[in-house]
Design a binder for this molecule. Sequence first.
Ligand SMILES: Nc1ncnc2c1ncn2[C@@H]1O[C@H](COP(=O)(O)OP(=O)(O)O)[C@@H](O)[C@H]1O
Ligand SMILES: [Mg+2]
Length: 274
Amino acid sequence: MIKIKNIHKTFDDMEILKNINFDVEEGTFLSLIGPSGCGKSTLINIIAGLEKATSGQVTVDDAEVKGTHTDRIMVFQNAALFPWLNVYDNITFGLKNICKNPDEIREKTEDILRKVHLSKFKNYYPYQLSGGMKQRVSIARSLVMNPRILLMDEPFSALDEQTRMLLHDELQQIWMETKKTIIFVTHNIREAVKLSNRVIIMGTRPGRIVDDIKIELSYPRQVADPNLTYMEEKIYKILKVEIEKVAREELGDEYSIKENSLSRDYNNTMGGGI
Ligand SMILES: Nc1ncnc2c1ncn2[C@@H]1O[C@H](COP(=O)(O)OP(=O)(O)O)[C@@H](O)[C@H]1O
Ligand SMILES: [Mg+2]
């Protein structure tokens, strides 16, 4: 169980996160969604132990998070692979620090390569890979460490739509098989609804929790499922208030979102335009 207790974060006197409180049960696929700048990355970095909260506490099974740990591994938007190492060696790089048995390293790596469908590409170097393949390596490199918690900060937002959908299916499959706790940051509503069984909606200025929604639909989920569309609309309505607030601050008081223009954009981009 992860417990996020009374997290506050300020940067240069600016209140970034205010009074963040929630618990995450083992095996949850949780999405954190909110407008750009609302503090999603700051929050996930605090959970990862990469950043310190100004006050408050994160605990994992009652142990306070005081820094990074191989129990909690982060996958970033940019895969950041080592360019001089091939796929196989990129995946084993971290594993070699925690596992000294060569047979075990090989077994674990081959297994993970199969899971992310990269067995045929294990000798390729990062420059020979597409964006989607690089992100698969990044996920594999994290999973091979067998963390209890996988933290993902907009891992697919730099990918084209088709690749993103493929990776959704793969991640969904991996989660169904491993039942790892996943905390997944996104600003894409459809992605959040398709993948997760719980969505925490964040508002902005200061970053805070506005809603916490369960998505009780069975897996594997199909993107065309009308129940998903229903949930997307529900979340969109809640988020719209926050998006409008940011737009007014940035564009002036007279600004208001035109119902049609935004929903059209939202449909075309899978909610990526918020
Ligand atoms: N190291 C930092 N120093 C000062 N301000 C920061 C720093 N990191 C983030 N911020 C500010 O905190 C706010 C939230 O940022 P971030 O967590 O990256 O939001 P999100 O991931 O939701 O887009 C933004 O206004 C950003 O400018
Ligand atoms: Mg971010």
